[in-house]
Design a protein around this ligand. Structure first.
Ligand code: ADP
Ligand code: MG
Length: 339
């Protein structure tokens, strides 16, 4: 198992480091991605009041060894890369070593963590970046992180947050994306003490979509699978019976990482123009596999936008494929009406 190391300055300068914590959803994203990186098979996410008062993540992953617990909260401390070249073979979601430090600086954090080899767990409490206590405690293998009183020490930032409802919506959308993208992990999501959903973790994408998005969507999906020299893609695209008035149902993953690519979305949406009403957006769940050395995940600390080589070729191919698929299902004619 890799231990946590502090990155050197030249690496830090190359990995587009920067503040990642803007709102509760960004905290949830960082923490759940840490749980995924720790090979968890069961992740519980609990929030209260839009995450402003409580964000609690419990995983059954590999945990952090007692002696590394303080380091985990230091800036640029990561067990995931050692040098910038490691990004070419990156198989984790995180790599900047900043999230825990940034989160602990602006909230009250309690972590309880235990590795499989340890007999006792470690509990650490950090308020506003200051370690309050660190003690052995009992606990299961895995990591529990409780973030409370977000931005309590930066009231201006707390005031800047949106309503509880808007923050909850952002968190829900994010958890939906992580859970559907990781069907082998069982996700449980609790909001204000009410269970919103629990996926099965049985590895089936369609089962995860059914739990989260419901039958209405699942019954109208077309399964797709395509391989080209540049990439392969599998997943589901909706027929013309379901569409939405926002773009939250356009799920794109590259090598398991949920991403936003306006170019990819636009080319796919183009194919739907003829079959869904104007100002509506399609529903799809697409998993792309692309050689990691051809992708740059290092664009922005939020890590949502990616850049990839041969983008134009990939865009053309995927556009043609989706159009071809909709034609095959006779949803669109051979000649799409000109706009
Ligand atoms: P990064 O994910 O970029 O490495 P973080 O600040 O998010 O940086 O986490 C720092 C380190 O703490 C990680 O590299 C990992 O070793 C450890 N860590 C954080 N969360 C967990 C977790 N849920 N389970 C196991 N280890 C974790
Ligand atoms: Mg991380």
């Amino acid at each position: 198992m890799s231990r946590i190391n502090i990155l050197d300055d030249s690496t830090i300068n190359k990995i587009a480091a920067g503040e990642v914590i803007e709102r509760p959803a960004s905290i949830v994203k960082e923490l759940v991605e840490n749980s995924i990186d720790a090979s968890s098979s069961y992740i519980t996410i609990e929030i209260e009041n839009g995450g402003k008062d409580l964000i609690k993540i419990v995983d059954n992953g590999r945990g952090i060894p007692h002696d590394d617990v303080n380091k985990a909260f230091m800036r640029h401390a990561t067990s995931k890369i050692e040098r910038v070249e490691d990004l070419n073979t990156l198989n984790s979601l995180g790599f900047r070593g900043e999230a825990l430090a940034s989160i602990a600086a602006v909230s009250k954090v309690k972590m309880i963590t235990k590795t499989a080899d340890e007999l006792t767990a470690t509990e650490i409490i950090i308020n506003g970046g200051n370690i309050i206590s660190k003690n052995p405690t009992s606990g299961n293998t895995g990591t529990q992180l409780i973030v409370s009183s977000l931005f309590y020490n930066t009231p201006a930032r707390r005031k800047f947050l949106k309503s509880n409802q808007a923050e909850t919506m952002a968190i829900t959308d994010l958890i939906n994306k992580l859970a559907i993208g990781n069907p082998s992990i069982r996700f449980k999501y609790i909001n204000n003490k009410k269970t919103i959903f629990e996926t099965t973790g049985d590895g089936s994408t369609i089962n995860a979509i059914r739990v989260i998005q419901g039958r209405d969507i699942v019954d109208n999906l077309i399964e797709i699978s395509y391989k080209s020299p540049y990439f392969s893609v599998s997943g589901y695209i909706a027929n013309n019976n379901v569409y939405r008035s926002n773009r939250n149902f356009e799920y794109i993953y590259i090598n398991g990482r949920y991403i936003k690519s306006s170019n990819l979305m636009n080319i796919i949406n183009e194919s739907y123009k003829a079959i869904i009403p104007i100002n509506k957006y399609p529903v799809y769940f697409l998993n792309f596999e692309i050689d990691p050395s051809k992708i740059d995940v290092n664009i922005h600390p939020s890590k949502l936008e990616v850049k990839f080589d041969e983008e134009a070729a990939i865009l053309n191919e995927i556009g043609d494929y989706v159009r071809g698929m909709l034609m095959k299902k006779s949803l669109i004619g051979r000649y799409t009406p000109s706009k």
